[in-house]
Design a binder for this molecule. Structure first.
Ligand SMILES: [Zn+2]
Length: 205
């Protein structure tokens, strides 16, 4: 089967405990070190097998083949991708059974990263995640004062909306945020705005 490596923990010399997101599950498996084993890293997509051993609490990860991305040697893209994957790991940490949506969401991002700026591609991907999880609020009521937001909007963690006066945050035009949430596109946003939104997702998905 195939999956994305969400997390690695080094144990005993070079052995690894690996968390993998597959189509419908997250697996945690043990990988014994082998000099000829293919290299794995956070964010890599792999083809793999799991071997269940009754003596062990977690399965053994074996027959790993790393699947290539066209941009894997682009260190900037890999850097942002791995950052997002780490956030993904924390977000899904205690979840074993998953909707296939998450796997497809990452597949989709791999394709988008081929052509797009990494921060923009990831932010647009993240809005889809929020929408799927039913937490993309487009009724625009301020999280802090509970009053409707008519023009000056600011976003906080989870892209929840507040008045910019209520959280002293960066001010956005309401229309732009509405378009972003609706079209999942940051085309109208400049680099500074993209950086600001990027820093919000670094607080956690
Ligand atoms: Zn408010």
């Amino acid at each position: 089967m195939q999956g994305y490596v969400l997390n690695l923990v080094k144990v005993r010399d070079e052995d690894l405990i690996v968390t993998i997101l597959s189509e419908n599950f997250t697996y945690t498996a043990y990988r014994f070190y082998g000099a000829r084993h293919s290299n794995i890293n956070i964010g890599y997509k792999i083809d793999f097998e799991l071997e269940i051993n009754i003596k062990s609490t977690i399965p053994r990860l074996k027959d790993v083949i790393q699947l290539n991305f066209p941009w894997l040697l682009d260190s900037k893209k890999l850097y942002f991708w791995q950052m997002y994957i780490k956030l993904f790991y924390h977000h899904l940490k205690d979840t074993e059974e998953l909707d296939i949506f998450y796997f497809h969401l990452l597949d989709d991002l791999v394709v988008k990263l081929t052509k797009q700026n990494p921060k923009r591609a990831i932010l647009e991907n993240y809005v889809k995640l929020c929408e799927f999880e039913g937490r993309l609020h487009d009724d625009f009521v301020c999280l802090l004062c509970d009053e409707p937001i008519d023009e000056n909007i600011s976003l906080v963690r989870g892209f929840l909306a507040t008045h910019s006066a209520c959280n002293y945050g960066k001010n956005f035009e309401l229309q732009k945020i509405e378009d972003f949430f609706h079209n999942k596109s940051l085309i109208e946003f400049d680099e500074e705005e993209v950086d600001y939104l990027w820093n919000i997702i670094l607080q956690g998905l």
